[in-house]
Design a binder for this molecule. Sequence first.
Ligand code: SF4
Length: 251
Amino acid sequence: MNTTPTFFLMFRRGIPLIGIALSLMVIWIYPASLGWALLAAVALAAEAVATFGTGGSYLVNRQTTIRWDGYWLQVLRPLFKSINLEDPWLRSFCAWNNRRVSSALSAKKAHKVILLLPHCIQLTKCKSHVVENLQSCFRCGKCVVENAATAALKYNWDVRISPRSRAAYAEARKSRPSLIIAIACPDRLVKGVTKLSEIPSYTIPLEMPHGMCVDTTFDFHRLSQAMITFAELRSTSKIQPLQINTGTWDI
Ligand code: SF4
C-alpha cells in the first residue's frame, strides 16, 4: 500500500489555517479581542509555516519540526483509533516524513546509509541465523531476506536485521549514519522517526498478510529505488562472494 501524506497534512496544516481564519474573524466581529486573537493567529501561523519547510531548511530545523509533527500525530491518534483509522493515520505520517526527507536529499545523496529490517520478515520456519549473519540465508526464495542478503553482498549495503526495533535504532544511532532506511510496522516506524529525530529516516511500512510479526514482507523494489535515489554508491572491492551460504533447508 503506497499511502500519501494528504491525510496527515489535512489536519497538521489544515487545523492551524482554519484557526488563523477564525482568529481574524473574531477580530473583525469583536475588535476588543484584538490582543489575544492576534496572538493566537501568530502562533497558529508559525505552526502552519513549519509544514512548508523543505530541502536544506528542513534538515536544519528537522528536530524541532519532527517534535511538533509528533505532537500532532499523538494528540489526534486516539481520535483516529476510535474510528478505526489509526493505521492510515500512522502511514500518512510516514509518507509525510518521507516526502520531506526526499526533498532534503534531492540535492546531495547520503554518504552513510543504514538499513534496518525487522526479524519477522524471515519465514517463521526458516532455520538460518540471519540475525547474527545475514549471509547465512540459504537463498531459498521463500522470503524477502534473500533479496536483502544478495543486495547487501552485491552493492555493499549496510543491512541489519533485528528482533527488537528499539535496540536496532539505538545501535544505528551509535554508527552516526547520514540516513536510516527503516522497514517496520507503522507504529515502530513512527517511534523511530520521532525518537531518533537527529537522523533523517526514510520509512517503508511492512506488509502483514499473516498478522503482526508473522511472516511479514515489504516492497523490495521500493527499497532498491530508495537506495538508488538517496545513497551514495559504496565501494564493493572488499566484498567476499564466498560468504554466500549455499546450503538448503526443508520446511
Ligand atoms: S533461507 Fe529462505 S526462508 Fe530463510 S531467510 Fe533465506 S530466503 Fe528466507
